[in-house]
Ligand binder design. Sequence first.
Ligand code: RB5
Length: 152
Amino acid sequence: MKIALACDHGAFEHKEAIKLHLLKKGHQVQDFGTHSEESMDYPDTVYPASCSVADTSNDFGIVLCGTGIGASIVANKVKGVRCALVYDPKVAEITRMHNDTNVLALGGRLTSVAVALEIVDKWLGSSFSQEERHKNRIDKICRIEETENDHE
Ligand code: RB5
């Protein structure tokens, strides 16, 4: 699979570990940075990575910041992206099955590298359930996306 990776300084170590882990498993990784622990603004890496999932250059995205909150907010601004902030492997599975999430957000300061790798494996190893009730809910999200800019 082709996977976009992005982080800020608060999760640089996690991003590097996830990159290595994914490459070892045979995935292609596009690394949008950041490339050090020097302070930077997460929208600068997370936004282009999320766009690359929306435009299908990448199949999935994994975005990280200190808490994962900022990264998930940015990712969910991109039309076509459904991003979940996950702290627990069970939720990683549920959010693929129910929400068909295509971007995963992680918090480098709140999740250990070992748990982050577990979450990544569980998330990538799970699939959308295809159940009608979940399809309907995702369709409604897509309709909200279509009209969201109309209320200015
Ligand atoms: C950076 O200090 C921190 O604000 C950021 O990594 C993230 O936690 C924001 O949501």
